[in-house]
Design a protein. Structure first.
Ligand code: SF4
Length: 355
């Protein structure tokens, strides 16, 4: 099983002619390649484009990323999800400033040792920004290779992944191939032509002549992927404490889901108004009004939050003794607080932000 050099040439030519004009393409700037590749992991390209442009405008280089305040970084990342990616970007930028003169190294081996940079990102930066002949294999590329070679084993199995990645080695040996264009050709083919769920556009594919899944009419069942574990459902009750001018929000722990971001305070179960009043009595001696807001659901990769929410109206938030991790913000300040999109139903309900 090996990726033929003639197919690598065809794919690279196809890429040069057909690739989309995206803001991070053809800049050749390693910082831009790095930021875009991290943003594109687990986030749709349409959602990334504007966020990427704002991010590199606000933080134009590694030094500015290393020095950015956490709250501002989280705000810039909002809507992209998986916030640990942003924290790792900053951590990595700090290492680059301290140990690498504020530059991303050229070698795959050095890149892959940096915080938050895995084999795919290291391969993408090394090949696209520095022209190094190394692979950058993500889910899109694995799907193409599995179909090309009619691989029937589980694509999630590390052995399958390694074997498929290994097929690419001969392609990089060709002097006709620019590794960056070839790797981007694979990524682009996976996003535009060799799409998932049994609907690839094989008649437009530059690899069609060599593709075994196409030849044997098996594109509907290749790649094979074992079933994911079921998502865990968690009940939550949000307590939206407010007065005429302010809202109470709470900073989440520094580790775990949505670490370090702000949220409406909550309880990890559903509860009725009476139960809630009893729990709140310690912090809020006098509630003016307590009423139920619409329910909401938010789906993370492994967890679903099933949220109910109560508005707790008080006379003046400033008279309350709030827990240490809670703060009161005005409506205007809420607009720029780093509150993740999991709470969007309630942000929209109070018209706290325009997206
Ligand atoms: S021929 Fe079809 S299945 Fe094969 S690589 Fe191309 S798009 Fe994918």
């Amino acid at each position: 099983m090996e990726f033929k050099q003639e197919d690598a040439v065809k794919l690279t030519e196809w890429y040069e002619k057909n690739h989309r004009d995206l803001p991070w393409r053809d800049t050749g700037d390693p910082y831009h390649v790095w930021i875009s590749e991290i943003m594109l992991q687990q986030t749709r390209i349409e959602a990334v484009i504007v966020k990427y442009q704002i991010f590199v405008h606000e933080l134009p280089d590694i030094a500015s990323l290393a020095a950015v305040q956490d709250d501002r970084l989280m705000r810039l990342w909002e809507g992209l999800g998986y916030y640990s990616r942003a924290r790792n970007l900053k951590k990595c930028a700090q290492v680059l400033v301290k140990d690498y003169g504020g530059k991303l190294p050229e070698n795959y081996e050095e890149l892959v040792r940096l915080p938050g940079i895995g084999p795919y990102t290291a391969g993408a930066v090394a090949s696209i920004a520095y022209g190094k002949p190394v692979p950058a294999v993500d889910g899109n590329v694995l799907r193409i290779l599995a179909r090309l070679f009619l691989t029937e084993s589980d694509i999630k199995d590390p052995h399958t992944k390694d074997a498929l990645q290994e097929t690419l080695t001969p392609a990089y040996a060709s002097e006709q191939i620019r590794a960056g264009a070839f790797n981007q050709g694979l990524m682009e083919l996976g996003q535009l032509i060799c799409v998932p769920n049994g609907a690839p556009r094989c008649t437009e594919c530059p690899l069609a002549e060599s593709c075994l899944a196409y030849r044997e009419n098996r594109t509907g069942d290749i790649p094979f992927r074992s079933k994911p574990n079921k998502r865990k459902c968690e009940e939550r009750t949000l307590v939206i404490v407010r007065d005429e001018k302010r809202f109470v929000i709470r900073k989440r722990d520094d580790a775990g889901l949505l670490a370090g971001l702000y949220e409406f305070p909550g309880i990890g179960k559903h509860c009725d108004p009476q139960e809630l009043r009893t729990m709140l009595a310690l912090y809020i001696p006098e509630i003016q009004r307590l009423h139920r807001l619409p329910d909401a659901k938010h789906i993370f990769s492994h967890i679903e939050w099933h949220m109910q929410a109560y508005e707790v109206l008080v006379d003046d938030i400033r008279s309350l003794s709030l827990p240490e991790n809670c703060i009161a913000l005005t409506k205007e300040e809420m607009a720029s607080a780093a509150i993740p999109s999991a709470f969007r139903t309630y942000i929209d309900y109070y018209r706290l932000r325009s997206y």
